[in-house]
Design a protein around this ligand. Structure first.
Ligand code: HEM
Length: 131
């Protein structure tokens, strides 16, 4: 929740104007992944579903509609990542693209910090292999 100047609480989803922000963020992120040999091979050839699932997850996580769980059940992200070998290097490459995608969106300082803090923490949590 972010607190507006008038004291009202708002979800980050509302703050950024809804689903479009996350769809665009995810498009920029996957455009980076698509051209990165360090992690491209972990993903399926066709990134259509990856894009859609990631955007829906983030929309839900940040306070928007719960379409992700309606379609795919509980996120259990660490378990869903178990099939992929994610070490520090893969985590850092992933984060590089997400950081660039967030910067590209030019959000407020408050939103920028909330997103970067969350992704830094969550990406580290996804590590499941030694460096
Ligand atoms: C902030 C951390 C992360 C979040 C929030 C996140 C989110 C997601 C989501 C929502 C999915 C789709 C799950 C599904 O519904 O099937 C996914 C899939 C995937 N993620 Fe992540 N992820 C994170 C970190 C990482 C990292 C560090 C890597 C390593 C490179 C990675 C690699 C993958 C791969 C290979 C897939 C499978 C693609 C697919 O199913 O199409 N993720 N991720």
């Amino acid at each position: 929740m972010l607190i507006r100047g008038d004291g009202a609480a708002m979800s980050l989803y509302q703050e950024v104007g809804g689903s479009e922000f996350f769809e665009s963020l995810v498009d920029h992120f996957y455009a980076g992944v698509e051209n990165d040999p360090r992690i491209r091979g972990l993903y399926p050839e066709d990134l259509t579903d990856s894009r859609a699932n990631t955007a829906l997850f983030l929309i839900q996580y940040w306070g928007g509609p719960t379409t992700y769980s309606d379609q795919r059940g509980h996120p259990r992200l660490r378990m869903r990542h178990a099939p992929f070998v994610i070490g520090q290097a893969e985590r850092d490459a992933w984060m590089e693209h997400m950081h660039a995608a967030i910067a590209h969106m030019e959000p407020s300082v408050e939103v920028f910090k909330a997103l970067v803090d969350y992704f830094e923490m969550a990406a580290t949590h996804m590590i499941n292999a030694p460096a």
